[in-house]
Structures are given as C-alpha cells and as structure tokens.
Design a binder for this molecule. Structure first.
Ligand code: LMR
Length: 394
C-alpha cells in the first residue's frame, strides 16, 4: 500500500522556511513565513499570554474533555473581538478549531455539506493554502481579480466585474484585513460596494481573518467583517489567533457561521459539532482558554492590546523606513506602496528570477511571488534589503 504513494505538491511557504534553515550563511534575512519577529529576530510569547498561562497552571482543576464545539466562553469572546456589536448570537454558530487553517477547512467542509454545487471564489493572488485545501476537498473554485501588479494596489474594478459573475449560494473568500500575500486592502467604501454586490448576487461571504490588529488597529481591521455581519443573511468567518496573540503552535482558531435564523443556526451548530467529531473530535483547548482569559480580564486585555499595538506600529515604522530608503536610492516613488500596504506582508511585484537572485546573491529570502514578511526586518536590515533590491535591478 505505502509504496503506491507519490509526492504531493510542496507548499512554497514551508519549502522556503526549510531552505532558509539549511542556508549556512550567517548574514541571511528571512522574509518568508508569516511569523512575527521583533528587532532581535525573536517571536516572543506575549506578556498577557504568559500571565494567563501562569494563572491557568495555578487554577485549572481538570484536563477532561471540553465540548465538541470547544469552550463556549472562547467563542463568545472571539465573536465580540471580531464582530463587535454586529454579532447576533441567536444566529451565529461557532466551533473552536486547530488554528485558522482548521477553521478554513471546517468552513469549507460545512459549505460542501450544505451545498455540493456551490463554487468558492478566491482572490488572485491568495494564501497558497486556500486553493490547496479547496482542491483537496474537491470543492469547485474560481478566481477573481484582486491585485494590480502595475500599481501594487487593489484592482477593484476587476474584482467587482469578476464577482458579478458569482451565482446565488456561491462563496466569496475575502481576507478580513491585511491581505495575504499582497498587503493591499479594501477601503471602507469598497467594503460597502462589495456588500452591495453580494446582496445583489446572493453570493455568501467567507471571511478569513488572521491578522486583526496588524493593519490599522483592532477595531479598524474588523470594519469589513462587521459591515458584512450587519448586512448579510449568511456568512462564514474563519479566524486565527496565531498572529495577534502569538500562539502559533497552540493551534487556536474559531469558525463562525452566521445563519439566517435561529432554527438554521441550531442545525448549523449541530453540523459543525459533527464535523469536529469526524475530523479530530474535541478541538485543542489550551490556546483557546488563554485567549479567552485575556479577552475577559480587563487588565490582561489592556496589556495584550498595548503589546499588539507596539507590534503594529513597529511594522509600520519598518514599512516607512524601507519605502524611504528605496525612494532615496531609486530617486523615485515607485516603492511608496510599501508604506501604504498594511499587515505583515507586501508583494514587491518583482519577477521570480529576481527573487531567486536576492536569495542566492544576498541571502534574502522571500516567497517566489515576491511576498515579503515585513516583520522579518529590523532597522539594521532595512538598508541591506533596499541595497539588494536596487542591486538586482528591479
Ligand atoms: C503565511 O502565510 O506565511 C502564514 O500564514 C503561515 C502559513 O502557515 O503559511
């Protein structure tokens, strides 16, 4: 049996992570995988996470199973964080999942269960694991235009034109904020226009939100999902706590499904519980409990928010610095988009050959489509990157 196995397509983000690890050069810069790193290159455990974990060690009396949906208190706090007062608890089913990827997977399984014929529309480009999971599950998919490589901004006219073709009941995968891999995001007005279009076509938003707090702020980054939650009869939201709580390896995520009424919500909840049971039974609890403790305790929450804000502002400063260095070196504003993008990533918009050259000649690792993780930089490495970009001649 096992001799029948053939290689699966490599995940380009994880392959690059491995390549970086194996590179013996000392002076190398990792702008690959989307993991936050501080100026010392460390991915720290956030202060509030440490506080909550200490409390948990002291107070947790059992590690017996939670419910199939995970701890309802986690779902409630996360719904508040993401959807604010737009959340209608009577209509929202939710399950804890192993990370944001687990939430995406369960959301797609839910979709497949509810309507086998529905197509999911993915932005071009999108996080490579999106089409990979969609394909794995055999869900029909279509692309929609999103990024204009010439201006390095959202091709909004193209996006609207493509999404106008979606049928009622199709799902539209939207990045809630901080688009991965481009860093180019919808404005509040554009979110409104997307909502208008969805109302017209009857297509359903499937929001992936993995970077809340990394863009313009916790509230600002939730603008799109909240607007949709207020207006749409149905919506799926896959959320990750990996980045904004820094709990990557704890696998902490939430899948929410907004149903049109309480009856549909009950059936949706039962189906989600069933899907958890089939895939891994009870979802992981440690990270979820830590997140819930932080969100529900005013002091821990304030500490978390303040540290998250420092992370966000640090990335913005690096963006400004890099755009400035490139402005100076190229005597042009062609790289100013780096300062306008938001979140952890920007797509530089250079060819794959130039990306290879940056890696081989300068030890700078970015994804082949020229996505760079801004948090992989620090004040000292920004000029090195700018110098290398100019040297490879983009
Ligand atoms: C990324 O896009 O780099 C992150 O979301 C990490 C991952 O799992 O790919």
């Amino acid at each position: 049996m096992l001799t029948n196995l053939t290689p699966q397509p490599a995940d380009k983000i994880l392959a690059l992570m491995q390549m970086f690890r194996e590179d013996p050069r000392k002076a190398k810069i990792d702008l690959g995988v989307g993991v936050y790193r501080n100026a010392e290159g460390v991915t720290p455990v956030m202060r509030a996470v440490k506080t909550a974990e200490r409390t948990l060690v002291e107070t947790q009396g059992t590690k017996a199973y939670t419910g199939l949906a995970g701890d309802p208190a986690f779902a409630k706090s996360m719904m508040g964080l993401i959807l604010g007062d737009a959340v209608d608890a009577d209509r929202t089913a939710a399950i804890a999942t192993p990370g944001g990827t687990g939430a995406i997977r369960q959301g797609l399984e839910l979709m497949r269960y509810a309507d086998k014929g529905a197509t999911i529309w993915l932005s071009t480009p999108t996080w490579p694991n999106h089409p990979s999971i969609v394909k794995y599950l055999g869900v029909p998919m279509k692309p929609y235009r999103y990024f204009d490589n010439a201006t390095r901004s959202v091709d909004f006219a193209g996006m609207l034109a493509d999404l106008a073709e979606a049928k009622a009941g199709d799902l539209i995968l939207l990045h809630g904020c901080c688009h991965n891999p481009t860093g180019a995001n919808l404005t509040p007005d554009q979110w409104g226009q997307v909502a208008d279009l969805l109302e017209k076509t009857g297509a359903i938003p499937f929001v992936d939100i993995a970077y809340q707090g990394f863009g313009d702020g916790l509230e600002e980054d939730a603008f799109g999902p909240r607007l949709l939650a207020k207006r749409m009869p149905e919506m799926i939201v896959a959320a990750s706590c990996s980045k904004n709580f820094g709990v990557y390896r704890e696998r902490t995520g939430l899948l929410m499904a907004l149903a049109p009424n309480a009856e549909a919500k009950a059936q949706t909840q039962a189906t989600l519980n069933f899907l958890n049971r089939q895939n891994y039974s009870f979802p992981p609890d440690h990270g979820a409990r830590v997140v819930q403790m932080i969100l529900d305790d005013p002091a821990m929450r304030a500490d978390w928010q303040s540290e998250l804000e420092d992370v966000r502002l640090g990335m913005l400063a690096l963006r400004e610095q890099l755009a400035g260095e490139l402005r100076q070196r190229t005597n042009s504003d062609q790289f100013d988009f780096i300062a306008h993008h938001r979140g952890m990533f920007s797509r530089l918009g250079i060819s794959e050959d130039k990306v290879t050259q940056l890696r081989e000649e300068h030890g700078i690792y970015m994804i082949g489509d020229s996505r760079m993780n801004i948090a992989g930089l620090n004040k000292e490495t920004v000029p090195l990157l700018a110098e290398a970009i100019v040297a490879v001649g983009v």
